[in-house]
Design a binder for this molecule. Sequence first.
Ligand SMILES: [Fe+2]
Ligand SMILES: [Fe+2]
Ligand SMILES: [Fe+2]
Ligand SMILES: [Fe+2]
Length: 398
Amino acid sequence: MFNPMHKKGLPIQKQFKNWKTLNTRPYDKESIHPYSRTAGILMNGIECEAAFFMHNFARHTKDMELRGALAMVRRAEQEQQKMINWMIPGNESSLEVTIGYEQVAVDLTAFLAQKEKDPYVKEALDFALLEDFDHLYRYANLMRLTMGKEASDVTKEYTEITVGRPTSKEHRFPEDDVRNFTDKRSADPMSNLHIMTIVAAEQQTMNYYMNIGNRFEDMLARGLYLEIAQIEEQHVTHYESLIDPRMSWFEQWVCHELTECWLYHSLMKNDHEQRSQKVWEQALDMELEHLKIASENMKKHDKKDPEELSGGGFTHMFEFKSNIDYVRNILETQADFGAMGPDFVPGSKIPENYRYFQHQKIVNEGGAPSDEVIDRVIKKDGHDFRQELKPAMAGSVR
Ligand SMILES: [Fe+2]
Ligand SMILES: [Fe+2]
Ligand SMILES: [Fe+2]
Ligand SMILES: [Fe+2]
């Protein structure tokens, strides 16, 4: 079992690189393995969260030594973020990158749900899984409509593309996205890592759509991005509320570094591209040192042992892989689920006068771009775009 707490990393002063090294050679979008693309998207999100977290932390302490330590580690996180995000080539369009983002959401969420031991956290993962799954379908149809291209050229034969929980039905009253928080003392330490990972991924997706959604000329494309960006806001609310708010800033810092160690350690072993594996291996070397610095600060300020957060090491590795049967199973049983407060409930259990329906009426008045994109594709091609990789199952919602 890999325990990052006892490994030596690259000293922090040696972590800074020159511009040429940071300016990574982009991958070839035709030949890159889809799960290597998704690994880059995920780790970019993880590094963005690391930097934002440490900025926020620095704004909440007057300890000059700690502010200095945060600035050092944060600068290194920012360099990692550039090296990773600059692997995306300029000829990969924003919409193609978007398809990669939703493939991340589907196969990351499905993987975590299958490994998660806390039943409520698993329910939360399954719940949002079907929503990102539907985003993939909507964007794939936008791609068909505006570029005449098939999204499966990006995702290949690993992830299905079809109707999930329809996006227009996902717009809930804001308070119905707030979940119960977990208890770090009773939780399996791996649960914390799962939550940290999915929060960072959803937050990156939210930020990405918030900023690039207006880079399209087509009004329907602009509409679809803003509609789905609002769901990603819901997803960040949904997942971040699972984090135990009783964790101190130092405990959260250690959890962030542990998560980075877990993901890099996993990807350096199982990424499909050798070149990426080397990047992940170097990044792990840096993270081990970040973890040491975070742990020392936790011991000094909290007088607590960071070992309790690692649980002695990682009991399983993360892996991007195909989850077709798992997603189908959740789709069959939970497609119509909604939320009432922190609870997930079948659609038929939500009373007609519930606030969900009032909110739906407000936002979907005059139609939703996510529905319109499908109507437009059907009008043009006679059918929508789908990639169903196995025969349809009996009783399927599709
Ligand atoms: Fe990092
Ligand atoms: Fe999504
Ligand atoms: Fe999402
Ligand atoms: Fe780090």
